[in-house]
Design a protein around this ligand. Sequence first.
Ligand code: F6P
Length: 724
Amino acid sequence: MAKAASSGGISGQLFVSIKLECPRLDEFGLVPHVFGSHPVAGSWDPSKALPMEQEEAAVWGLSCVVPYHHEALDFKLLLKPKDNSSQCIVEEGPDRSLVCENNEVEARSALFKVNDETGVVECKVFLETEMLSPFDLAASWKTHQEYIQPKVRGAHDVTMNAEFESRTKNGFASGLELDLEKYLVPTPNMGSGVVYAANLTENPRSLLTTGISSNNDTTKGILHNSIKGDASTNLYASANKGADGRHVPPQEEQRTIFVDRGVGSPKFARPTNETISMSNTKISSEAKDMPAAEGAVAAAAVADQMYGPKEDRKLAIVLVGLPARGKTFTAAKLTRYLRWLGHETKHFNVGKYRRLKHGVHQTADFFRGDNKEGVEARNEVAALAMEDMLSWMQEGGQVGIFDATNSTRSRRNMLMKMAEGKCKVIFLETICNDQDVIERNMRSKVQRSPDYAEQTDFEAGVRDFKERLAYYEKVYEPVDEGSYIKMIDMVSGSGGQLQINDISGYLPGRIVFFLVNCHLTPRPILLTRHGESLDNVRARIGGDSSLSETGLLYSRKLASFIEKRLASERTASIWTSTLQRSILTAHPIIGFPKIQWRALDEINAGICDGMTYEEIKKIKPEEYESRSKDKLRYRYPRGESYLDVIQRLEPVIIELERQRAPVVVISHQAVLRALYAYFADRPLEELPNIEIPLHTIIEIQMGVAGVQEKRYKLMDAVNPTAGI
Ligand code: F6P
């Protein structure tokens, strides 16, 4: 029975508007109807159901006015074929009750089992109420219509779900334990995680090869981890070593045209003496196996390659800023993002060079601006790091991120001179005036930095660091030269500003866009695959099938999990793909807005869509073979590659970075591999084989200490999920 709305002494009429939105109904020739208790529809007899009026191609509406002290208002939706009103398909699930009070919108999807072939069709249903005086009602009918409609019209991909309180209604009906920690399962290595970000930067090649090191060098102890956590370092090292294991010098003359800006696209090297003519552009068998360059990134790169000045093909992002301003954090984040997009990027941290060359025992005095020896020593290690970075660029590296305070103009001039003719330099200055943030950063630095690893008195460490900071402040010269990006008070994600000067080109533009959207507000991101689908059961890839019984059970468990996990959150949102299995998995979740992203749809398997891996192997052996050889770059004919998927997910990543409330992403295996690889900083080559099991939630915690992960397994997944 529906609850009668309490008037609280207001007299008047309650305007009730029911909207149903579904692009597929017209295609099936179905018309939505409403039937139910007086006074909404007047009868529970389906043959007397009231037809809804078609307002737009995919939107139907029905409105009525009821006294505010209304009777119980229970109703359901049903579909009738246009030409046969005696048949009807009643919506699944319990009756709807009009429990909303004045000025509220309630959203709950309606699911209709249309037929075996079509399966379940989901319609978005919005129920809106508004209290009107009789005068208002008469005078503003038209205005009211206009007021109601845009909300529905503008919300095609968004379903506003019921209010916060309604979350409590879900209960733990699916037998989920209240203690979520019970579902925790071990997590694979997350890369940077809570490790001090500077430790994961490039190893000082120049210092290691010359054998200069200090006895007190904790960097050495870190090398093992750092190499392990950075596959690109390993790849690079193996690719550039000669037979004797030493670095092979760059062979600039042999790589005049070097197109490597596609998202991780293979490197095409063409000798200089080769002339281009249409007749000799026959695709070699090797090139034929290579995928086309990947969309926008590659197109921009090719354009830069052909028209831009040579030195602009390499980019040095030189950090500038006082200590404890989040430079290393920003540098690490930018490195992760650019690598994920397929750009060869490395992070060089001058502090790591300093520690290796001079040890970790440097007190604040070493950083005094009038300590000539200290300044020289610091400039020397900065120059060594810059040299390493430039040599790496000569060998094929694309973006070098140079992480140090670089707080004086003379230091920056030195770096600019070194880079002249070799790469484009952009200064990235981080300015922070929030004393709380600075204090927090300082304490975190003293806690994690190898500089203070041997300091047993934490507060003494903080005092030393404050002294060091004061010395830097004395000589600090903000950037006002060259190309620069200034991030001013941007860490909180609210307010602050980003100033840019002399920035142009594809990659600098992307970097600015990324930085403008990043912040440090801690919030969880929950990633999960949809519940087991009917196609999963049949081992078919792609398609748009609905959920199996097991999948439906997962959707209920997931709703209970989310209700519990996000109980204390003021707000959150649920993102799904536009595919049924993802939408249906989100269906039982109530109390949060749901947003459908086309970009979250599963990898498009093109001509192989709907086949099993066995069938592909048998019917399309050459496709099977090509994919097994290079799963990252292989593009299904008329479909997508993993690289394509990454590219279409970039706006999703930007939005995930920008969000400050928790987000639950219910998507698909390939898509989640790509998203997960970004957060976990996993190399692209590994991405297509990352394990993303069904019925498991991966919780990514974004915050000041970097990115951390937890995995909750709610149910077993018995069906095959492995790809080629
Ligand atoms: O099998 C489930 C599925 O989501 C398919 O729809 C999709 O083609 C596949 O996984 C992606 O995984 P892989 O790239 O390993 O084939």
